[in-house]
Design a protein around this ligand. Sequence first.
Ligand code: SF4
Length: 367
Amino acid sequence: MKLSPFNLYPNLPKKNCKECGEATCLAFAVKLLNRDIELEKCPHLNDEQKSKLRAMFEPPVKEIKFKDYKIGGEEVMHRHELTFHNPPLIVTPNKPSLVFERAGKKMSVELKIEGDTIGGMIRCGKNDFEAAIAKAAGNPIIVRLSSVDEAKQIASKYPSTIAEFSDFKTLKDYRERAIKGEAGCNLPTLFNANDEAEAAYALMRYANIIIINDEKAEFLEPFLYLRQAIFSDPRIPAKVDAQLYVIGHPDKDSPVFVLGNYALTYYTVSGDINSQKINGYLIAFDTEGLSVWTAVAANKFLPGKIKDVLESSRLAEKVKDKVLIIPGFAAPLRGAIEEETGWKVVVGPEDSREIGNFIEEMKKQKE
Ligand code: SF4
């Protein structure tokens, strides 16, 4: 049975007292289900009610908390069925200090192997499991296993166990059985990947921690981008605030670029403008988080929304010429934007890497 807030509601105090910060107990149930609030926020739940509720929405893959990390906790096999919650941690032998940035987020390898531990978690063979429990002090234990049956045998022995597999087929089988609710298959998994392709497959739905030996930027950069893309919530548009952004140190002669407020477009275009050493203004207006191409097709590239940002930012007072540069993909809307805003509209390139050349060309034509 798919769980809904109405299944949780009968087990809540039904006082609607707002002490949890929510207007009603039903609103609290909705947030509980989405994992946006902790049970502890309701002071009126007794221990029995808490354990009943926990049992109701415990995910098929157990979630283990360790330091600042949440490991496991997944509920579905494919992201589009709901969402994925906790990005897999990446482990390499030396944890290189490389940092990559995409859509405003910094990304790097999290952990390294240190003797018989990984980031402070004990790592052992199945024969050493009992001895590891004795010294783990409640911290997670990673156990090397070679079959699903081995994992099932140890699953209930220690609450913070992570199953390590080196065979991709076994890893896949174990996770598929977990999502179907098979007993003993609920442990978060660590995958010791043999190559980059296996690591990528494991990242996409099967493993919660991945060991990979490749520490080159050429591999890690796209690998971490892949993780970011898959572990973004498809229910929440990735958007930036609809407003005027300042790039560099613009003056009265600086260009004004127009974009929707899809985060990836914003960070890509602002990064390209910056790297081409252009000082300017960037209007990211409200397209409900849609990219330019999609917003134009879905009738969400609305001139009135551009006008809203022009007015709220009083941009007309900051520049000499009232000229907007719109993305090439929005060319069909040029006339409508001019009519609505009263600004002259110039169609820019489709690819923001061409903005530097485009601005040079504009300057020449002006001279
Ligand atoms: Fe309901 Fe508890 Fe929230 Fe009060 S604090 S509204 S009883 S969930």
